[in-house]
Design a protein around this ligand. Structure first.
Ligand code: ADP
Ligand code: MG
Length: 357
């Protein structure tokens, strides 16, 4: 396969707020604004950010459960907007979702076995024997005994229900699983078990994950790369290790400082981010983070910062920590591959589109 499994280009979603008589006067909720990233087969991209920053909307756009206002979602190079119903159905087999609250997403009247074999039965008829064999196999994959197939969701613990949600997602052998706050409702010890399960499954089956969480502490051990969102926009996208070793965007820094530290020898950096997340209906001018940012200067109030490549596979949108003029000397020199060309071109496209505006 050439290129990434999943590529998102300038993805944007605005929701109209209520319905006005005059279309132009309807205020818009800017849920997702100009988001670009890619996910390689078998890898995990984590999306983090406070509640309301647009993470679930990105997930819904990836699954094409909602239509984008702008931008594209490409799977193996194919734009999903152009797919026919049949082709979209085929793609959906390969992309599955796991939700935060398995209890509300699992049918309470079906047994565990019925729940996890249902997606397959939407595509093909199974005999009773085939169904039992499939259920037992899926339960084994998520570390549950086959006897559990006769239980109802209400007879299972939170962790078991989440395993069931994962087994259901696995049933169609997906290439990509989108896990939206999949461990957020669980106790810390159960969280760790589920994260380990996801890591094992990835190793065994080569599944790629888009793992969404509001808690940076959770993503540290499972992400290959991390995308940090603030009020609909990406503010930092970096390889996981680099992000935790040295966050560049002041918002990333604040999130890491606020995350529970499992290692007591690790020093907490600064105070967690203060203040409320502003409204996505009237986002602050310039850099949306500026009202809460300890480093904000005048330029941050006026100009939206572009995502600038930092040369270590990371892009950051911050006038102070990643000023655009600082990287102009890094502009492509023939034969220099120190910067990812995709990231470079995206960054400069973003910059020129901003300048046009
Ligand atoms: P997150 O998952 O990061 O908490 P969401 O993607 O759910 O954030 O929401 C982003 C913003 O979009 C929020 O302000 C939310 O209220 C708004 N939003 C989400 N879905 C809808 C919708 N269907 N209609 C209107 N506004 C929405
Ligand atoms: Mg959400």
């Amino acid at each position: 396969m050439n290129g990434p499994l999943l590529k998102v280009e300038n993805l944007t979603k605005h929701y109209p707020l209520g319905s006005g008589l005059f279309k132009k006067s309807i205020p818009m909720i800017r849920a997702v604004e100009d988001v670009s990233f890619s996910v390689e087969a078998g890898e995990t991209l984590c999306i983090v950010g406070e509640s309301g920053c647009g993470k679930s909307t990105v997930a819904r756009l990836l699954m094409r459960l909602v239509e984008p206002t702008g931008g594209r979602v490409l799977i193996e190079g194919t734009d999903i907007a152009g797919l026919t119903k049949g082709a979209l159905r085929a793609w959906r087999r390969r992309m599955q979702m796991v939700f935060q609250d398995p209890y509300s997403s699992l049918n309470p009247r079906l047994t565990a076995g019925q729940i996890i074999t249902e997606p397959v039965e939407n595509f093909e008829r199974l005999s009773r024997r085939q169904r039992n064999a499939l259920a037992a196999d899926l339960l084994r994959k998520v570390g549950m005994s086959r006897e559990m197939m006769h239980r109802l969701p209400s007879e299972l613990s939170g962790g078991q229900r989440q395993r069931l949600g994962i087994a259901r997602a696995l049933s169609l052998n997906p290439s990509l699983i989108i896990a939206d706050e999949a461990v957020s409702a669980l106790d810390v010890s159960v969280q760790a078990q589920i994260l380990n399960l996801l890591l094992d499954l990835q190793q065994q089956m080569g599944i790629a994950f888009v793992f969404i969480s509001h808690d940076l502490g959770v993503v540290e051990h499972i992400g290959h790369s991390v995308a940090v969102m603030y009020l609909g926009r990406l503010v930092e996208l970096a390889p996981c290790e680099a992000l935790f070793a040295k966050p560049v965007h002041p918002y990333t820094e604040a999130l890491i400082a606020a995350a529970p530290v499992p290692d007591p020898t690790r020093v907490r950096l600064e105070a967690p981010v203060e203040g409320e997340v502003p409204s996505p209906i009237h986002p602050p001018s310039g850099c949306a983070f500026h009202p809460r940012c300890p480093l904000a200067v005048e330029r941050c109030r006026v100009e939206v910062p572009a995502l600038v490549p930092m040369g270590d596979g990371r892009v950051v949108a911050c006038h102070v920590r990643a000023p655009l003029q600082d990287i102009l000397h890094l502009m492509p020199v023939p034969g220099d591959h120190s910067l990812d060309p995709m990231v470079m071109s995206e960054t400069f496209a973003a910059r020129t589109s901003r300048e046009r505006r």
